[in-house]
Each structure stands twice: as structure tokens, then as C-alpha cells.
Design a protein around this ligand. Structure first.
Ligand code: ADP
Length: 525
């Protein structure tokens, strides 16, 4: 039975949220384990010397896995929302990074439908550290962008992020996802954020999706102090909300990224939203933008420090394009490859090819390579500081990795090797882990899978703790947060990580635990 049918048969009160939550918890466990292997192995291959084509395919695997993880989390959240047990975090995060990730997640779907997917991001918010919940914000944006891509057949989707005002360190940020899709008929608009409500569009067959996305999105935005507003007509929809996000007080002085004064940057591209967004972003960074809709002879006589040309325009004037290439260095000429990416790559491999979606962080890299950015130096300084805070010689430490799945072990060992933790002892169940622990007194940290045959990770950890050991033990689990907390086992471990675990989180966790008692209430500080 589909969820739509269920909704038809049962009203809210009758619906058994508990059994729904239980089914979801076991599905979640079964899906997370293989997903962890897919994501982990892909990340290991990324470091191999592979062809550019293979790398692009790998990127697609990564994006697909993230989307699957997102779907899983949405289903669990819907069950939680029914119980009113949704929660949001308050942690420093980079709003630009979250928005770019949301766009990247749907870039391939949009490309497959020949839609332009844009991010128009207020330059005053570039690389700002704000306080809020990055995962929840990503969830909201990916629901809205995912829907926009799903219900748009031609035209474009744009995520607008605008700083409305900065009031006493609180940034009022406006987010809006606009599409040129089929729209939502008036009679549905009032109810569209209710559970399982879907428009019966004139599509063949059952509507795609679960009808839960907007229900959760609305609830999460409310939890974050905002309100979802929806406007829709037959020419498109707009989903927007305002959030008050405090500036991170620990952030180094916010950087004012901008172009070198009086810099003229040229954009040669067919008219449309893509070139408009690019021009907006450049203007936001203080550049003077000189715009041409087509190639012209005069372009050869006046030189500019940086020129962006879109592929169709370059292709339609091959002679002028060839001449232009002789005039500029690689850093001064960037080809915009929003369409025909493969063809673009083949023909233009000796020049800078910038693939859509054109994200602000990439624009900054191009401006920086051309030497046109002020304020970028401090960004480098910030990263250098981050590393300076981690004077850990990872190769000195011996870690015990415990997992019964050979695939998970390959992922774990590979991730540790990649990080420089090269001394790893392996065990394939809790009993072996306990034996290793008794034999090898030099172990500095244990990464313990929780669900294993012979002896599970909880029993093994109880025995090790029972022997009076304070060795850091990180639990690795495919169970949900709730199940671990409900079982009362969280306190046994220094930290519990839910699979799939990225190598970034693994590094942060292991480094933090090895460099001192910096773990507070289950969070790496
Ligand atoms: P799902 O997309 O999984 O069906 P949602 O709750 O996210 O669930 O959306 C509910 C319904 O609202 C969709 O099935 C669709 O009919 C309508 N909808 C949502 N976003 C859009 C959009 N951008 N354009 C047109 N219709 C939309």
C-alpha cells in the first residue's frame, strides 16, 4: 500500500506513528550499513590516480549516496514530527557552504532536464560563520530545491540568499527557492504543507515522492524561528522564509571579500538567468561588469583582466574565440560550460572550463587565480590556523579498529591510512577486541562497531571499561541516535558516530580524543 493510499484510509489519529517509527528504524539500520560502504569506498578511490572521467562518475556516486541518505533522514523526521520530537542544533556553521552543498546535490538532476540551477548568494554573507543548524538548513533547502527540479520542465531554478539586515549581531537572512515549473493550483495551496498532500498533476501514474517533504520543511523552519511562505501560479512557484542567525562570536573578524578597486570584468554570454546571476555576483563583489551578448571584433582590441565566455557563444564564433585565446593566459579566460559538458571538456581542455552550477566559492577561486581579490589572504590565514591547532603526529598512535564487515573494515582502514593513522590493529568482533586490548597495552584509541556477532561492541566496551580502562572508545553504529540513547549505552563510549561516517568527521573525532579531554556531552568541540 502506498503512503497516499494509507492517508486516504486513515486519519491522523488512527495512524499508528509508533509502528511507523519502528519500521523506519529498522529500514534505517539496513540502509545505513551498505551506504556507509558505498560512501567510504568512493572517498578512498578519490585519492587514487584516476581519469577525469572516472572522477566525474565518482562525484555522481557521492551525490546519489547523499541524496539517499537525505531520503532516509526525511522519513525518520516525518515520524519524529508526528511525535513532536524534532530538534534543532545551535552550532557555528558556514551558510555559503550549506547553500552550495544543496545546489550541488541537485546539479545532475537539473542538468539531465536541461534546467539552469543557480545560486544567487549575497556577497556580504560569503564565508561568514553564523550560529544555527547546518544539517536542518540543508534539509530544508534540499527539500525545496528537489521539489523545484521535480516539478519544473523548462527554465530555471534559483536559490536566493539575501542578507536583509544585521541587527546587533543577528543576521536576518532571507532564503527563497524560485522555479519556473508547473506551479501549485490555488485549491491546494492552503493544504500543501500537510502530511501526504500531493497535487494530482496531469502526470501519468502515481505522483513521485512521499508528500512529506513540505510537512517536515514547514515544521523545521518553525523550529528555527521562521515561517514558510509559498506563492505559486501556473508559471512557477516561490518558497521563502526568513531566519535570524546570530554571528558566531568566536569567528575571526569577518572577512570583507571584494574585487580590486575599479576592476572591469567581462562576461560574454547569451542573455538569461545564468549570466544575470554571474553578473550579480561579480557586482556584489564590487567589480564593474562589462556585458556582451555575443562575440564582437572590438573584444580583441580592449584587454580585460578577466573574461568569462559561455560555451555556445564561443562555439558560434570559432575564429574570434581562437583569437581571444591567444590574447589571454589560462587564468584570464574562463569558459562557462553549462551545456554539453563532455564536448566542452574535450575541446577546451587547455583552458579554464567552469562547469555549472556556478557557485560563489568557485567564482572566488577564479578571481583569486587572476589576482583580482582583496581580503582573500585572511581566508588562507584562517585555514593555516586551523592546522596549527592540530600539531598531532598521527603516525605515532596505535588504533584498534573493530568491525565484523570486511567491506566496512576496508573503508575504515583506508580512511585512517589516508589521515595518517597508519598503525591500525584490526579485530572482527568484540571478543577479538577484548583479547587485543589485554595483549596490546599500546593501543591509544578504539573504534568499535556496535552490532557484531560473537560479542557485540557494547559488551566488549563494558568489559574494557570494567577493567578500569579510560582509553577513548568511539562507537560506530547504523542505529539511529534515539536507539542508542534509549538503550542507555551512550555513556559507555566517549562518542558515538552514526554511519555513514565521513573521513572529515572521523579525523575530527579521533584527533580531538587523542589530543586531550575535549569531548563535552557527546559533541566534539
Ligand atoms: P513530495 O515532493 O515528496 O510529493 P512534498 O511535501 O515535498 O512531497 O510536496 C507535496 C506536493 O506539493 C508535491 O507532490 C507537489 O504536488 C507539490 N509541490 C511541491 N513543490 C512544488 C513545486 N516547486 N512546484 C509544483 N508543485 C510542488
Amino acid at each position: 500500500m502506498t503512503s497516499t493510499q494509507l492517508a486516504g484510509n486513515l486519519n491522523d489519529d488512527e495512524y499508528d506513528l509508533h509502528s511507523q517509527a519502528n519500521v523506519l528504524a529498522s529500514i534505517s539500520h539496513e540502509v545505513r550499513t551498505p551506504l556507509h560502504a558505498i560512501m567510504g569506498l568512493s572517498s578512498l578511490i578519490e585519492d587514487e590516480p584516476i581519469s577525469q572521467n572516472a572522477r566525474r562518475h565518482l562525484e555522481k556516486i557521492r551525490i546519489a549516496s547523499e541524496a539517499l541518505l537525505q531520503t532516509l533522514n526525511t522519513s525518520i523526521d516525518a515520524a519524529r514530527a508526528g511525535h513532536d520530537t524534532l530538534f534543532v542544533e545551535q552550532t557555528p556553521f558556514d551558510v555559503q557552504k550549506v547553500c552550495e552543498t544543496a545546489i550541488r546535490m541537485f546539479a545532475l538532476n537539473a542538468e539531465a532536464k536541461n534546467l539552469d540551477l543557480n545560486l544567487n548568494f549575497d556577497s556580504r554573507l560569503l564565508s561568514q560563520s553564523l550560529i544555527g543548524d547546518p544539517n536542518r538548513l540543508l534539509q530544508i533547502l534540499s527539500n525545496l530545491i528537489g521539489n523545484a527540479v521535480k516539478f519544473t520542465e523548462r527554465g530555471q531554478i534559483t536559490l536566493w540568499v539575501v542578507l536583509r539586515r544585521n541587527k546587533g549581531g543577528i543576521q536576518e537572512v532571507y532564503f527563497s527557492v524560485n522555479d519556473t515549473g508547473i506551479g501549485i493550483p490555488d485549491k491546494y495551496l492552503e493544504r500543501i504543507t500537510e502530511r501526504y498532500v500531493q497535487v494530482e498533476h496531469n502526470q501519468k501514474g502515481r505522483p513521485q515522492g512521499s508528500g512529506l517533504g513540505l510537512y517536515i520543511t514547514k515544521k523545521v523552519i518553525r523550529l528555527m524561528g521562521g515561517e514558510l511562505s509559498i506563492k505559486s501560479s501556473s508559471s512557477g512557484s516561490q518558497f521563502s522564509f526568513l531566519l535570524n542567525l546570530p554571528t558566531d562570536p568566536k569567528q575571526p573578524i569577518p572577512r570583507d571579500l571584494r574585487c580590486v578597486d575599479n576592476m572591469v570584468i567581462r562576461v560574454i554570454a547569451k542573455p538569461g538567468v545564468v549570466s544575470e546571476v554571474l553578473r550579480d555576483q561579480l557586482a556584489g563583489l564590487g567589480a564593474h561588469v562589462e556585458y556582451y551578448e555575443a562575440m564582437k571584433e572590438e573584444l580583441l582590441t580592449q584587454r580585460r583582466e578577466l573574461t568569462f565566455v559561455d560555451y555556445p557563444t564561443a562555439k558560434s564564433s570559432p575564429k574570434l574565440w581562437a583569437q581571444l585565446k591567444t590574447l589571454y593566459t589560462k587564468d584570464q579566460l574562463v569558459l562557462l560550460c553549462s551545456e554539453l559538458a563532455e564536448e566542452c571538456l574535450q575541446l577546451e581542455k587547455y583552458h579554464n572550463s567552469w562547469f555549472s552550477p556556478y557557485l560563489p566559492s568557485e567564482l572566488i577561486t577564479y578571481l583569486d587565480s587572476a589576482g583580482l581579490l582583496i581580503g582573500h589572504q585572511s581566508r588562507t590565514a584562517k585555514f593555516e590556523n586551523t592546522f596549527a591547532n592540530t600539531p598531532l603526529d598521527r603516525s605515532e598512535y596505535t588504533l584498534l579498529a573493530v568491525d565484523d564487515s570486511p567491506t566496512n573494515m576496508i573503508v575504515l582502514q583506508g580512511a585512517l591510512d589516508k589521515l595518517g593513522y597508519t598503525k591500525t590493529v584490526k579485530a572482527s568482533n568484540g571478543q577479538q577486541a577484548v583479547d587485543h586490548f589485554h595483549k596490546n597495552q599500546n593501543i591509544d584509541l578504539i573504534l568499535m562497531d556496535i552490532n557484531m556477532p560473537v560479542m557485540n561492541g557494547i559488551e566488549a566496551t563494558q568489559i574494557i571499561r570494567g577493567a578500569g580502562s579510560k582509553i577513548p572508545i568511539v562507537g560506530l553504529t547504523a542505529l539511529s541516535e534515539d536507539e542508542i540513547t534509549e538503550g542507555g549505552h551512550r555513556a559507555l563510549f566517549d562518542l558515538v558516530l552514526t554511519k555513514p561516517v565521513s573521513s572529515e568527521v572521523l579525523a575530527k573525532t579521533v584527533d580531538a580524543l587523542l589530543s586531550g579531554p575535549k569531548v563535552i556531552a557527546g559533541e566534539v568541540q
